[in-house]
Write a protein that binds this ligand. Structure first.
Ligand SMILES: Nc1nc2c(ncn2[C@@H]2O[C@H](COP(=O)(O)OP(=O)(O)O)[C@@H](O)[C@H]2O)c(=O)[nH]1
Ligand SMILES: [Mg+2]
Length: 384
């Protein structure tokens, strides 16, 4: 089997026949073996339409679920049943044009690991969404890209339309929450190359969208889980948490020295800051950038860390003073300064203090390429 198409369905009865017709028309010209897996959770008579089709069309298979629901898990069940060398996921509502399938197949068979039709590459569009959905979708993508480094170069990382070689997910435990199976695949999968093809996301003719506020919340939970499972992506959050712990240590030591031991305020303040810096260094060395060399090499790492932290303190004050000149209240300027210095000191620590660990994790070498829809269609027709 060359290609398995996996199509999740939830109450899509009017879309099934036009979809399957257009898939056959597009795929028929390729002369390859393909199957279509519908994973259906419908509560209307979509399943009856699918069962009739399954009997009449040997390429069509239906898996109807009674005890599980959700788009992403439906796709995982489809992956488990599919026999193809290449797996392609698409929606049933014709917002994903089946005419793009030959181009996706062509790219996968030329050796690309993951192919993503994209609404955001030149020539693409997400015109099938209303302005509110566009804004929500944009925000969701940006948050995802900030949180997970593997999504950063991918323009349409929340797409429900994509193809991959089976080995990308072989042996990978996919355990998505909610809808966005592609982010799970991109974060956990084994791949070296991603190719994006521009396409136009059209409006629905039949049925209605099942996207809801609950799914937005699930997306957020999904991101949190993926970040917590990804050593590289969780570092920044750990760094911030440890920074907060440093504030608590600082205040506690200051209180003990000043109220308890009656040291001079300046002495108490300097000692408290030094203890807090040491606290932060140890936790960052043992947790944030944990490695076999944790605990060793502190003669180099600790002074560098302290130097970066001191520059961070100076930066906070500079930003606050700069904001003050434009009439920004001091506490807000200080907060901005803290954000700037946190980002800066994280960046410096990952590139200087704990550079060996970052170097190892940067060697992923994933290559992302793009093409416009015209190029893809010409290639599909001419085979070049
Ligand atoms: N199996 C299954 N499919 C679903 C579920 N929710 C949505 N779908 C399907 O997923 C695809 C995308 O859903 P849609 O409502 O069009 O989302 P939108 O395009 O983002 O508005 C469609 O083919 C739906 O039928 C679900 O809970 N289970
Ligand atoms: Mg849709």
């Amino acid at each position: 089997m060359d290609v398995s198409l996996i199509i999740p369905t939830y109450n899509e009865k009017d879309n099934i026949h036009p979809l399957v017709e257009r898939i056959h028309r597009a795929m028929g010209s390729l002369g390859i073996a393909y199957e279509i897996w519908f994973v259906d959770d419908s509560t209307d008579d979509t399943v009856a339409v699918l069962r009739d089709l399954e009997r009449a069309d040997p390429a069509v298979h239906v898996f109807h679920r009674e005890h599980e629901r959700g788009l992403a898990s439906a796709v995982v069940r489809g992956f488990e049943r599919a026999k193809g060398r290449f797996l392609v996921v698409m929606d049933a509502d014709l917002q994903h044009p089946p005419e793009l399938l030959p181009a996706i197949y062509e790219r996968l068979s030329s050796g690309i690991d993951v192919v993503i039709p994209s609404r955001f590459v030149e020539g693409g569009s997400d015109g099938g969404l209303g302005p509110m959905r566009k804004l929500i979708s944009w925000t969701a993508r940006i948050i995802g890209q900030l949180a997970l480094h593997r999504l950063r170069k991918i323009s349409d990382c929340t797409s429900g339309f994509f193809g991959l070689r089976r080995d990308v997910i072989e042996g990978v435990e996919l355990n998505p929450i909610g809808w966005k199976i592609l982010i799970e695949v991109l974060v956990k999968g084994h791949y070296r190359s991603v190719h994006e093809i521009a396409y136009e996301f059209l409006a629905r003719d039949f049925g209605e969208s099942k996207m809801s506020l609950k799914e937005q919340w699930n997306y957020f939970r999904h991101l949190v889980r993926l970040v917590s499972q990804s050593p590289k992506d969780r570092r920044f959050f750990l760094f911030c948490l440890i920074g907060l712990s440093g504030v608590v240590v600082n205040e506690t030591v200051l209180t003990i020295l000043w109220y308890g031991l009656h040291l001079r305020d300046t002495v108490a303040s300097v000692v408290a800051s030094c203890v807090a810096m040491l606290n932060n260094y140890i936790w960052n060395d043992r947790v944030t950038w944990r490695s076999e060399s944790s605990g060793r090499g502190w003669g180099r790492k600790l002074p560098v860390f302290v130097g970066i932290s001191l520059v961070g303190v100076a930066m906070t004050t500079l930003v606050m003073r700069f904001c003050e000149r434009f009439g920004v209240p001091v506490p807000i300027g200080q907060a901005l300064g803290i954000v700037v210095s946190t980002v800066w000191s994280y960046w410096m620590n990952s590139r200087v203090t704990w550079r060996n660990i970052e170097r190892e994790s940067r060697q992923e070498g994933i290559v992302v390429t793009r093409e416009s829809v015209q190029e893809a269609l010409v290639r599909a027709k001419t085979g070049v």
